[in-house]
Design a protein. Structure first.
Ligand SMILES: NC(=O)c1ccc[n+]([C@@H]2O[C@H](COP(=O)([O-])OP(=O)(O)OC[C@H]3O[C@@H](n4cnc5c(N)ncnc54)[C@H](OP(=O)(O)O)[C@@H]3O)[C@@H](O)[C@H]2O)c1
Length: 339
């Protein structure tokens, strides 16, 4: 079980929920994000749950800051066993309504942030020939949707560069593992603080899962990092499989439904504050926590994820049932013959 873990985007949403589960295992956690209030609140939760926390205000778009943070974590806790890339930002708008600098910023945080985290982790893990990197991905990294071109591009890019890195590690027979966990729609603060040019309040495309479902998927991948990809939630499986089978049909479906399905019916200001360039909580500000505003519409469990995590138990259970049934059948036949 990894003891020293770095989590980027640790102050909110999926990162925050993941940090809580790690803390329950007594992990020593480097918490990376920008906002002080969220980081301090996450650190307090970790300590209360029995873990150790080192909150480090970091903008993942800046490689030097990420590298310095990795150094600080090792000085405090020792060698980093695992690195979990979660931090991201986005922009909800049609491609033609996005400015070049906004596009660049989303890419620098959401794509290059993962590249930087992976570099800082590998700089330390490769020479030691041990360690795990988990990339928190998205179904939208396999199937793009309207109004999120910058985000979808970055998420696709994460799959691409991670695949290259994985093959390079395999080529050198490294024991360092890297895996991607593709997520479904999750009820996190992003829909309240990501920059939006949509008329109504953004929402994740239903079905929506609670961040704890995502966090359990992250921890499972952390403990079983040999697989290339994990899929969390039936909607992720459905999206990726449909994209493989009928991508053109999905284009037409999303063109028709993808604008409405990403908005509630509540109007919102195009000028609402956003976390694109700077954190929204600030030193005297608000801790946004793990959950977004869709608690009443979000599933706390995913049967698909549970089954995927317990596939060994399910297979052996099915084998056991089969064996018992076969034994019963055999006995009935023998009984029949001996009568
Ligand atoms: N929620 C979903 O529906 C969903 C679906 C599929 C995949 N995912 C993936 O899950 C991950 C987390 O999403 P989420 O919804 O939990 O996000 P979120 O609620 O918006 O939280 C984002 C986290 O990243 C941090 N962050 C933002 N910009 C940063 C920067 N420049 N440098 C460092 N940290 C930064 C934020 O803190 P500060 O602002 O304080 O820095 C916060 O801790 C993302 O990789 C996303 O692609 C989410």
């Amino acid at each position: 079980m990894p003891k020293v873990v770095v989590v980027t985007g640790a102050s909110a949403g999926i990162g925050r929920a993941t940090v809580r589960l790690l803390a329950e295992r007594g992990a020593q956690i480097g918490l990376l994000a920008r906002g002080q209030a969220g980081l301090e609140a996450a650190a307090a939760e970790v300590r209360a749950a029995g873990g150790e926390a080192l909150p480090i205000p970091t903008d993942v778009a800046d490689f030097d800051s990420v590298e310095r943070a990795a150094q600080q974590v090792e000085e405090r806790f020792g060698p980093i066993d695992a690195w979990i890339n979660v931090a991201f930002t986005s922009l909800f708008a049609p491609f033609t309504a996005i400015e070049p600098d906004e596009y660049r910023r989303v890419t620098e945080v959401t794509y290059l942030g993962y590249v930087h985290g992976t570099m800082a982790a590998l700089n330390r893990m490769r020479p030691r020939d041990t360690g795990v990197i988990v990339q928190v991905g998205s179904a939208l990294g396999c199937r793009a949707i309207p109004l999120q071109s910058a985000y979808c591009g970055a998420k696709h890019a994460i799959n691409g560069f991670t695949e290259s890195v994985r093959t390079e590690l395999m080529h050198e027979h490294s024991n360092v593992r890297v895996t991607v966990v593709q997520m479904p729609a999750v009820n996190t603060p992003q829909f309240s603080w990501v920059r939006s040019r949509m008329k109504n309040h953004p929402q994740p495309v239903p079905p929506i899962y609670q961040p704890e479902v995502a966090a359990r998927g992250v921890l499972y991948a952390l403990d079983h990092p040999r697989r290339k990809h994990y899929w969390v939630g039936a909607s992720t499986v459905g999206t990726i499989v449909a994209q493989r089978l009928v991508p053109g049909l999905l284009d037409r479906y999303l063109a028709r439904t993808g604008f409405d399905s990403q908005q509630t019916d509540q109007p919102t200001s195009a000028e609402r504050p956003a976390n694109l360039w700077a954190p929204l909580d600030g030193p005297d500000g608000k801790d946004f926590g793990a959950h977004g505003v869709f608690d009443d519409r979000s599933h706390p469990h995913s049967a698909q994820s549970w089954a995927a995590r317990h596939v060994g138990t399910l297979v052996s259970g099915a084998a056991l049932v089969g064996a018992v049934a076969a034994a019963g059948l055999g006995r009935r036949r023998l009984d029949g013959k001996s009568r």
